[in-house]
Design a protein around this ligand. Structure first.
Ligand SMILES: *[C@@H]1O[C@H](CO)[C@@H](O)[C@H](O)[C@H]1NC(C)=O
Ligand SMILES: [Zn+2]
Length: 298
């Protein structure tokens, strides 16, 4: 490892006598398009993140699930492995308002974009088996079908509700309720199952997130489609990341999992996710999963 570092440094600085204005490969469009080439493949966090990452891991691994953090089997990683690298969402429309077809399309499009802000940072990293994570909205749960304006082709419309009477997509189709992956009770079978819920509640200003999905305000989500930072934080919880209301890691103050301190996912957030994957990866048969991964992406 040490030897490799020295060789790399010599290659970088050995010819540094001539003035340079940057590598002329910067000019080629494809180096900017192919982020895959730049992806992190090994555990080598920047030196200023090493201590705070260790603090976070020490904290979460001793605090949750009675000190058996990895005894819990439905983290976002488990969900993605069970779904062969795709994510099907069902939207719980917890509102009396109507929702247009255009807004539904925009919500699905936002999920496609914003899931990638996390999962693209796992591509190529320490055996992560998927090159991309295709996202679909397969269903909507509403109080009354007439709330869904325009065409509903391509989605399942649910009028089921949870015990509090809030619209909830049919539990028979939901991963949270069927962690054995038996969707035989779901009308559309496994093809129409959903991996998590996007729960949109009228008037809600905060959020919640976990293995069941993410909950944020319906008006908020529609007003923040390009980068819904509260949702990005809640999806971090789906990926097993913790909150930082009571403490912050040494030297790190602004990051999406520290609510209110950042509206974007930072390097520290990404390395926390990679750290979790690093610890949980041995649970899965990664080679088998890679062959099942869905290649299509839109
Ligand atoms: C994942 O792939 C396996 C094997 O092909 C299949 O049995 C299973 O139904 C798939 N899961 C989903 C959610 O599509
Ligand atoms: Zn939180």
């Amino acid at each position: 490892m040490k030897l490799l570092e020295i060789v790399t440094l010599t290659a970088l600085y050995g010819a540094a006598t001539a003035a340079r204005t940057g590598d002329d490969r910067d000019l080629k469009a494809d180096v900017w398009a192919k982020t895959l080439n730049k992806r992190q493949t090994t555990w080598s966090p920047p030196s200023n993140l090493v201590t705070p990452l260790q603090e976070v891991w020490d904290h979460v691994s001793t605090t949750y699930n009675n000190g058996d953090l990895l005894g819990f089997k439905n983290y976002g990683y488990d969900i993605l492995m069970a779904s062969n690298g795709t994510l099907n969402f069902c939207v719980r429309w917890d509102s009396d308002a109507s929702v247009t077809e255009a807004d539904r399309t925009a919500i699905e499009s936002s999920l496609k974009t914003n899931v990638r802000k996390w999962t693209d940072q796992l591509t190529g990293f320490m055996g992560w088996p998927f090159d991309q994570v295709p996202v679909s909205v397969v269903g909507w749960a509403v109080k009354d079908k007439t709330q869904l304006q325009g065409s509903v082709s391509g989605i399942d419309v649910h009028t089921t509700a949870d015990s509090a009477g809030i619209p909830e997509c049919d539990p028979a189709c939901g991963r949270f309720f069927h962690q054995d992956n038996d969707y035989s009770g779901c009308a559309g079978g496994v093809a129409r199952h959903y991996d998590m819920s996007l729960w949109l509640t009228a008037g809600m200003e905060g959020g919640a997130g976990g293995d069941w999905g993410q909950r944020v305000g319906s008006e908020y989500f529609l007003s923040a489609l390009d980068s819904p930072h509260i949702w990005l934080h809640e999806f971090g919880h789906t990926l097993a990341l913790d909150d930082f209301y009571d403490w912050t890691p040494t030297g790190i103050t602004n990051f999406i999992m520290n609510a209110g301190s950042s509206t974007t996912i930072t390097d520290f957030d990404i390395w926390m996710m990679r750290d979790f994957w690093r610890h949980i990866a041995s649970r899965f048969n990664l080679r088998k999963l890679k062959t099942r991964a869905v290649g299509k992406f839109d």
